[in-house]
Unconditional design. Structure first.
Length: 260
């Protein structure tokens, strides 16, 4: 075999390890995304029909629902799929979804279950314009002023998983509404090999949805206090996530390692 033949073989071997371009193009097609969203939505509905739901501290959001007080739900990105069943009220809740292709597909899927969405990335103080953050922030503030609830994943859209960014604190400072942590786990599940350790629930299992104590934010708080609140959100979300994992028979899932 000549050196040229060897180079060609090596090149073909490298190509075999890549995702074919036609698959990538297919995934970007609107029709394909619509079909995928519809199938995911059907699965969510079927899984819910076969599940037994258990709620932990449901009186926390119920109080705000009854008094028609808007608030901010926050949950980890990897615990998103069953969140349409996490609010048991007619109050409209708008979920912030990444403008990434996968985020758009998820948005279409949950829309079949009556969940309204806002596209963009989690807002960050000092960098609102990045990745549509400014537009998303304005849309969330308007939703809250209109009396709607807002849901946000503080580790989205790309992690690190189970580590809260300051975006949810920035939103709470602007609006003055409380933050309610929420999470879920199921007795039968698969953890996908994604950055967020996405929990894919299987049907015919028990689903536990837990709420954490509300976190109140002072609209005039200092940057140091804002960091304390951000850490409190992260700690409380991880605490209730450990709780639901234990209640469904699983070891606690560790958050991403801290980086310097």
């Amino acid at each position: 075999m000549t050196s040229g033949d060897t180079t060609q073989v090596a090149g073909r071997a490298r190509k075999r390890g890549r995702t074919p371009k036609w698959i990538k193009r297919l995934g970007n097609q609107r029709a394909t995304q619509e079909v995928a969203a519809f199938l995911v939505a059907c699965y969510i509905g079927l899984a819910r029909l076969t599940m037994r739901l258990t709620f932990v501290r449901p009186e926390i959001p119920e109080k705000y629902f009854k008094e028609k007080i808007p608030f901010i739900y926050c949950f980890w990105h990897g615990r998103l799929l069953m969140m349409p069943f996490g609010w048991r009220s007619k109050m409209k809740v708008r979920v912030l979804i990444s403008s990434h292709r996968d985020g758009i597909m998820i948005a279409r899927a949950v829309s079949y279950h009556g969940i309204h969405t806002i596209h963009g990335s989690s807002p960050k103080e000092g960098s609102d314009k990045k990745k549509g953050g400014a537009a998303a922030l304005r849309a969330m503030v308007k939703a809250i002023k209109d009396g709607d609830g807002v849901a946000i994943t503080p580790d989205g859209p790309s992690g690190p998983h189970m580590r809260a960014s300051e975006g949810v604190v920035a939103l709470a400072k602007l609006t003055g509404v409380p933050i309610i942590p929420v999470t879920f786990s199921t007795t039968r599940r698969k953890i996908l090999k994604t950055w967020d350790k996405f929990l894919w629930p299987w049907g015919f299992s028990r689903c536990v949805i837990a709420y954490g104590e509300p976190i109140l934010v002072d609209r005039q708080m200092s940057p140091q206090k804002a960091e304390e609140v951000r850490q409190l959100i992260e700690d409380r979300l991880n605490e209730i996530t450990r709780e639901v994992d234990a209640l469904t028979g699983f070891d606690p899932m560790p958050p991403a390692p801290l980086t310097e």
